[in-house]
Each structure stands twice: as structure tokens, then as C-alpha cells.
Design a binder for this molecule. Structure first.
Ligand SMILES: Cc1cc2nc3c(=O)[nH]c(=O)nc-3n(C[C@H](O)[C@H](O)[C@H](O)COP(=O)(O)OP(=O)(O)OC[C@H]3O[C@@H](n4cnc5c(N)ncnc54)[C@H](O)[C@@H]3O)c2cc1C
Ligand SMILES: NC(=O)c1ccc[n+]([C@@H]2O[C@H](COP(=O)([O-])OP(=O)(O)OC[C@H]3O[C@@H](n4cnc5c(N)ncnc54)[C@H](O)[C@@H]3O)[C@@H](O)[C@H]2O)c1
Length: 445
């Protein structure tokens, strides 16, 4: 019988890995993690944590704006350079903290780019590591633009490291990153133009709510250009020009936010028989690839679930339980909520409005204006709406969508009712703190 150095070896150290690798090693398994870049991967270093720190002053600015003249006065100015410094200060220790958590349980961390030699062997800088099971959790990277002048565009990581906010920012894209970063840059004083390649933005979100967010951004001076094809970037003496099929746009800085692609191409997967698609690694319902001892986790999967941190955490914990012999069941995904951190935000969970509209005999749709919620007057919140979807037969909540400053908190509050199919009796026994947004959110049921 072959003996391997590790029971489980992970490629990548993001949430698709470490949430599961730490408890797995704590159970006594020999675990290794190979990381080419910063420990912790995208979310802590260049994703969620970094982004939300830059968004916090925007939220404060908006709340101040709403309460201005209601007991406070003045203006909140964002000092971008100081804001970026604060972000760096808060996140700089996360890689060491995560590495510490891994090492404390005996996980060996190997720095470098891993590539398969065979189904049980990975090479890093010429040194080979063997494992009984290998988990590919290599995540995504920005999709490059394939146009003339592409070298002049930057990605989301570059944006969050900018030492000053450019005067004129052009953003190419219409998804999460395009609209969250347009919100932040506009609040920090940039003149922002966003180029959509379609008529609609944020296609996975309820479109009337997306339009509400877009009209708020337009009112604040953001230019949204729809259905436009970006053709080239040209460099002038002191600025850049974005050439499109509609017009040209001057820019000091250009953000490419046209999506992210899986890190599968430099792993040697084809040679060992691991099947991939353009969306990522093909797995079965046990997250097992087409090679029996190789698994995959997180954003790198070809999956229908949203490619988000909570999904990656759920998958890494599922694999931990499977490898530790705690389950042999297929992965059973819970309801995964999604939010776009614009201002106002849009958050949603469960059955969507379009799904409900397609089955009117099964689902009932109820709309609530946030002006019906007393608690919103605390911060003078006036822009917003929520849509709740109920199963007609049981009367239970099966979906919720909200656009408002506190949409993320409202959807988090309603999530257990959707996931655990709460009955009216169970809801009656939920006694939230009062006054609170939670109390108002549950009051809608
Ligand atoms: C700007 C931005 C904002 C985001 N905001 C949110 C948010 O608000 N909420 C949310 O839920 N999600 C957000 N996300 C998504 C979230 O970051 C990802 O879903 C999450 O990081 C996925 O974890 P992962 O472990 O699958 O991949 P990653 O965190 O990307 O980790 C993969 C790791 O693998 C390493 N790697 C790749 N190839 C190799 C190799 N051959 N050898 C060794 N190492 C390798 C990479 O260096 C990387 O560290 C955001 C993403 C971005 C880019
Ligand atoms: N709040 C959050 O949870 C959050 C925030 C940021 C990022 N993320 C994650 O990060 C990943 C990447 O986000 P993203 O915004 O880059 O991708 P995305 O897939 O959300 O959006 C990409 C957008 O770019 C558009 N596009 C594609 N090619 C284009 C072109 N040539 N010109 C103009 N537009 C083009 C697409 O139509 C799409 O709307 C996603 O997996 C997302 O889940 C999540």
C-alpha cells in the first residue's frame, strides 16, 4: 500500500480551504496547504473584507446626509488616502492570523505555485508533495479584456490600493464589482462613468430594484452608458481615451470589472484527467472531480450556486466532514443569500420574484414600502422596498428581496424563516429586541 506525505493536500488557502482544513487537522489528519500568494486568498486580502472597509465611510456619509438638518449639520468628506490606509491597517494581520490558525492545528503551509504531476503528486518549485486526497481550491482571477490598449486597464485589487482617487474613472462592466466600486468612487469624489455591455446591470438581482439603485447613482452624478461595446483604449499625453461603438470617454484611470475566470489552466489538469469547463472544475454531488481522489471547493467549481464566501465556507466544511468520516451524503446546499453592497443595497434569498411570477398558483407575492416601517424614521430612510414571497399552500415565507440601506440585515433576519420553513407558531415565539431593524423585518411576516 502506497504511503503519502499528507492525508489531504489543498491547492489554495482561501475560504474554500481554511475553514475546513483547520478542523480537519484538529481531528488528527495530516493536512498540507499550498498557496501561491497571500494566505487567506481573495476575500480577506482583496475581496469582501477589504471592500467593506472602503464602503463603511460611504454608509456613514449616506446616513449623515439623511439626518442632515435633523439634529446634525455639515458634510462628511471621504479622505480616500486615509481610508485606504485604515483598510490596510485592519486587514494586514489577517494572513498571519489565518496561517496561525492553520499551523496551530499542525497544518503544513507550502508557499508557491502548485501543479499536478499525477493524481497524488503536486510539484511546487521543483519539490514534490504527495497526498491521498487533493482539494483544488484555486479560486478565480479577473477576466482580461481582449482589446487594443488592454494594458492600460486595472482590476479590483489595484482599485483598492489606489493612493489617490482619480478625477475621471471609467468602469467597464455591470456586475457586483462595477456597481459597488462605482458607488465608493462616486462618494469619494470621482467623476464616474460605467459602461454596460447590456441594457441591464446586475442581472441576477430583481431588475426594478436594480433600476432604483442606478437612478440613485445617476442622481449623484454617475454616468451609466448601456448596451455599449468597448473597442479600444488609447493613451493621450495626460489621460486615456476609452473608445466604444457609441462614443469616446476620457479617463484618468480605468477599471476592468467584466467578471472573473477560474484558475484551472496552470494546474496540469488535462494531463491527469480532471474535467473542466469555462466556468470551472466539474464535480459530482460529493464535490469529487472526474479523478476519484481529487476534489474541488469554492469559486473554482463549475456550479449553479453563487460564487461567494459563504458558499466556499459551506463547501470546505462539507469536505472536512466527508474526509473525517462524519458524512457520506451528497452535499445539500442551504438557501444562499446574495447582496450587492451598493448604497442602497439589494439583498435577496430564496425564490425570486420572476420564479414566483411564473407560478402564480403556487406563490403569493407581497410588497412592502420601507416607509411603512417606523424604525426607518430613526435614520430618515425613505428609499426602499421589499418583496416577500409566500407558498400559498403552507403560508410559509419562501423568498425575500429588499432594496434599502439595511437590506443585508433584513435578509439575514428573514433567512432562518426561509431555510427552516418556520410555521406561524414558530414565528410567534421569536421575540426580537425592540426597537430594532430585526423587529421590523420580522413584523412583515
Ligand atoms: C473585489 C471582490 C469583492 C468581493 N466581495 C464579496 C462579498 O462582499 N461577499 C462575498 O461573499 N464574496 C465576495 N467576493 C467573492 C469572495 O472573495 C470569493 O467567493 C471567495 O474568496 C472564494 O474563496 P476561494 O477559497 O474559493 O477562492 P480564493 O479566495 O480566490 O482563494 C484561492 C487561492 O488559491 C491560490 N492559488 C491559485 N492557484 C494556485 C496554485 N496553482 N497554487 C497555489 N495557490 C494557488 C490563490 O492565490 C488564492 O489565494 C468578492 C470578490 C472580489 C474579487
Ligand atoms: N457583494 C458580493 O457578494 C460581491 C462583490 C464583489 C464581487 N463578488 C464576486 O466576485 C466575482 C466577480 O464579480 P464581477 O462584478 O467582476 O463579475 P460579475 O460576473 O458579477 O459581472 C461581470 C459583468 O461584466 C459584464 N461584462 C462581461 N464582459 C464585458 C465586456 N467586454 N464589456 C463590458 N461588460 C462586460 C457582464 O455582463 C457582467 O454584468 C463574482 O463571482 C461575484 O460573486 C461578490
Amino acid at each position: 500500500m502506497m504511503t503519502y506525505q499528507f492525508d489531504v493536500l489543498y491547492l489554495g488557502s482561501g475560504h474554500g480551504t481554511f475553514d475546513g482544513a483547520i478542523p480537519l487537522a484538529a481531528k488528527g489528519l495530516r493536512v498540507g496547504v499550498i498557496e501561491a500568494n497571500k494566505i487567506g486568498g481573495t476575500c480577506p486580502n482583496y475581496g469582501c473584507n477589504a471592500k467593506i472597509l472602503l464602503d463603511a465611510p460611504v454608509q456613514l456619509q449616506r446616513e449623515f446626509e439623511r439626518l442632515n438638518g435633523h439634529g446634525i449639520s455639515g458634510q462628511v468628506q471621504i479622505d480616500w488616502a486615509a481610508d485606504v490606509k485604515h483598510k490596510d491597517m485592519v486587514i494586514q494581520d489577517l494572513p498571519a492570523m489565518i496561517a496561525g490558525g492553520l499551523r496551530e492545528q499542525g497544518v503544513e503551509i507550502i508557499h508557491g505555485h502548485g501543479r499536478f504531476v499525477d493524481a497524488h503528486t503536486v510539484t511546487v518549485d521543483g519539490k514534490e508533495y504527495t497526498a491521498e486526497k487533493i482539494v483544488i481550491a484555486t479560486g478565480l482571477r479577473p477576466k482580461p479584456l481582449t482589446i487594443e490598449g488592454q494594458a492600460y486597464v486595472h482590476d479590483s485589487t489595484d482599485f483598492m490600493a489606489l493612493d489617490h482617487m482619480p478625477d475621471k474613472l471609467v468602469i467597464i462592466g455591470s456586475g457586483y464589482i462595477a456597481l459597488e466600486f462605482a458607488t465608493i468612487a462616486n462618494a469619494a469624489g470621482a467623476q464616474v462613468t460605467v459602461l454596460f455591455n447590456h441594457e441591464a446591470g446586475l442581472k441576477q438581482f430583481h431588475q426594478p430594484y436594480v433600476e432604483l439603485v442606478l437612478s440613485d447613482l445617476i442622481q449623484r452624478g454617475v454616468t451609466i452608458v448601456r448596451d455599449v461595446k468597448t473597442q479600444a483604449i488609447q493613451s493621450q499625453a495626460d489621460h486615456l481615451i476609452v473608445v466604444t461603438n457609441q462614443s469616446t470617454y476620457a479617463a484618468d484611470w480605468i477599471l476592468n470589472a467584466t467578471g472573473r475566470i477560474p484558475n484551472t489552466d496552470e494546474l496540469g489538469l488535462a494531463a491527469i484527467g480532471v474535467q473542466t469547463t469555462e466556468q470551472g472544475i466539474v464535480v459530482n454531488d460529493h464535490l469529487q472531480t472526474t479523478v476519484a481522489n481529487i476534489y474541488a471547493s469554492g469559486d473554482v467549481l463549475d456550479k449553479k450556486q453563487p460564487k461567494l464566501t459563504p458558499t466556499a465556507i459551506f463547501e470546505s466544511l462539507y469536505l472536512m466532514r466527508q474526509f473525517a468520516g462524519m458524512t457520506d451524503q451528497a452535499i445539500d446546499y442551504p438557501v444562499i443569500p446574495t447582496v450587492v453592497f451598493t448604497s442602497p443595497r439589494i439583498a435577496q434569498a430564496g425564490i425570486s420574484v420572476s420564479e414566483a411570477q411564473a407560478m402564480p398558483t403556487k406563490y403569493e407575492i407581497k410588497r412592502n414600502k420601507i416607509s411603512d416601517s417606523w424604525y426607518r424614521q430613526v435614520t430618515q430612510e425613505t428609499v426602499g422596498e421589499s418583496t416577500l414571497i409566500f407558498d400559498r399552500e403552507s403560508g410559509h415565507l419562501v423568498g425575500a428581496i429588499e432594496v434599502s440601506a439595511q437590506a443585508d440585515d433584513v435578509i439575514n433576519t428573514l433567512l432562518p424563516a426561509i431555510e427552516f420553513d418556520y410555521t406561524a407558531e414558530q414565528l410567534n415565539r421569536l421575540v426580537p429586541l425592540f426597537p430594532s431593524i430585526t423587529s421590523d423585518a420580522l413584523g412583515m411576516l
